[in-house]
Structure formats: structure tokens, C-alpha cells
Design a protein around this ligand. Structure first.
Ligand SMILES: C[S@@+](CC[C@H](N)C(=O)[O-])C[C@H]1O[C@@H](n2cnc3c(N)ncnc32)[C@H](O)[C@@H]1O
Length: 257
């Protein structure tokens, strides 16, 4: 758990940032948003066409992982940090009418938007619950797959998030994640800056420590790959060059026994 950043200040800044992403996706952010980003990252345009446009316009993920997740008809999926719901809708289209998706987020405006879009689309097999990704309000062993896109870097307690993911998965279940990590250790002054955390830089863990934290939670790493994600702001581009800040997609599996 990072003690350098003030956790309360961080939560407030993250909620404010993603309130705006839900309500004003066209406002202009330091990161890319929406359909062009999703297409570049590898999302299938035919599936995107079947998802509510409001969810796609507020998509703020950093990578594609549904090929790694290998969802099948009837599966149960949990999305940690579901935002306006694009990945939850995408997952729902892959698990079909007998599947189920639960999204968890702590930003009320994101939850409101995702719930409204699901209701308008008449989709009742997706549920959005208010909660923290460190302690998701979901039963143990209930998920075939846990996904998370661009969120875990924002948590000051990544070990707790991975322990929660392992708890939610059934034996043999899959954790498919896209996230921001670094190749080199960030300086303390960057890590202590809540603004840089909310911008998906300050909280980025070193890649080897990130992978170790997943393994320490009892999951086995199967795949790690780099994503074609680009930072937009000068500050983020500079950090990316200096510290090797980058996006990865990763698959980890909960052993069957
Ligand atoms: C970068 S956005 C990504 C949203 C979504 N996964 C997507 O791809 O569009 C981060 C999301 O995670 C949520 N979030 C950040 N930290 C969280 C935490 N500790 N617990 C619950 N939600 C969190 C934010 O509210 C926001 O909706």
C-alpha cells in the first residue's frame, strides 16, 4: 500500500475526474477517450456497434483483453472500475443472454450513466454496483472472469485489489486486465502527487512488482503484452519517456486446485 499519496485526496480527485468523463466526455482530457481509442486498441467494431453509444463515448480504458479473457456463453463476468460501462456491455454481448455481468465503481455519476444506458437498452443481465475495487460487494468464487481496464493503477492498495480479484474468481477462472505500469521506479515526488495519480501516472506500479503482486494473490500469470496506447499530455509523454510508463494487457489464471 502506498503511503506517499493522501488516500482521501486521491479518491476525491479521481471521482471528480471520472464524473467529468461520464458527464462531459467531449470536454477534452489529458487522455484519449471514446470510440476511436477503442478501435485503435483492438475492439471489434461490429460489437461496438451493438453497444450503447453513450458508453462508448465515455470509454477511458487503456487496452484490449477480451481475446485473453475468452468469455463463453453463459459466463459470469465482474468488471472492476466499470466506468460508463463499455466493457460491461462488450462482455455481455460475448456471454449472451444466459450470461451475467456485474460492474463495480465508486463514482456515482459513472454508475448513474451506466445504469441508465442499460435500462434504456433493456439489458437486465448487467448490474452496476457502487463499491471500491479493493473490496467489491460480490460473492466469493462467483466469477468465471474478472476484467479491469485502466483502473488498478489508480488504487493505492493494488495487493488488496488482486486479492479481491482472486477471491471473486472460481477455481480455473481468469483475470484479464489492461493497465498502466512503468519500467522504472517513479520518484517519491511523483508518487506523492494526487493530480498525477488521477492522471493514471502517479499510481502506476513498476511492471515486475505489479506481476509479483498478482502472483502473491495466488494467481498464475499466463500472458503479458504491450498495448498501442499513447499518452496525450506533454507531462504524461515526458513521464512515459523517462520512466517507461506504458500500457499492458495481462491474463492471470486462478489455479483449479
Ligand atoms: C480510467 S477510468 C476507466 C473506466 C472503465 N474501465 C473504462 O474502460 O472506461 C477509471 C474508473 O475507475 C473508477 N475507480 C478508480 N478507483 C476506484 C476504486 N478504488 N474503486 C472503485 N472504482 C474506482 C473511476 O471511478 C473510473 O470510473
Amino acid at each position: 500500500m502506498s503511503t506517499l499519496v493522501n488516500a482521501e485526496e486521491l479518491t476525491a480527485k479521481v471521482k471528480e475526474m471520472y464524473r467529468q468523463v461520464a458527464e462531459k466526455p467531449e470536454a477534452g482530457f489529458h487522455f484519449e477517450l471514446g470510440r476511436p481509442l477503442a478501435v485503435r486498441l483492438g475492439y471489434d467494431v461490429d460489437v461496438l456497434d451493438r453497444i450503447p453509444a453513450g458508453a462508448v463515448e465515455s470509454f477511458a480504458g487503456v487496452g484490449f483483453f477480451f481475446d485473453l479473457a475468452r468469455l463463453s456463453e453463459g459466463g459470469t463476468v465482474v468488471d472492476l472500475g466499470s466506468g460508463s460501462g463499455m466493457d460491461a456491455f462488450y462482455a455481455a454481448s460475448l456471454v449472451g443472454s444466459t450470461g451475467r455481468v456485474v460492474g463495480v465503481d465508486f463514482t456515482v455519476e459513472q454508475l448513474d450513466k451506466a445504469r441508465r444506458l442499460a435500462a434504456d437498452a433493456g439489458v437486465d443481465r448487467i448490474e452496476f454496483r457502487e463499491g471500491r475495487i479493493e473490496s467489491p460487494p460480490i460473492d466469493d468464487g462467483s466469477a468465471d472472469c474478472v476484467v479491469s481496464n485502466g483502473v488498478i493503477n489508480l488504487s493505492p492498495d493494488k495487493a488488496q485489489v488482486f486479492a479481491a480479484a482472486a477471491r471473486l474468481l472460481r477455481p480455473g477462472g481468469r483475470l484479464a486486465v489492461a493497465d498502466i505500469v512503468t519500467e522504472r521506479q517513479l520518484t517519491d515526488s511523483i508518487i506523492a502527487n494526487a493530480d498525477l495519480w488521477a492522471s493514471c501516472i502517479g499510481g502506476a506500479a513498476q511492471e515486475d512488482e505489479y506481476v509479483e503482486a498478482i502472483e502473491a494473490a495466488g494467481l498464475r500469470i499466463a500472458t503479458v503484452r504491450r498495448n498501442p496506447y499513447e499518452f496525450v499530455s506533454t507531462q504524461a509523454r515526458n513521464a512515459s519517456g523517462t520512466y517507461g510508463v506504458k500500457s499492458i494487457s495481462l491474463l492471470a489464471i486462478k489455479p483449479s486446485h
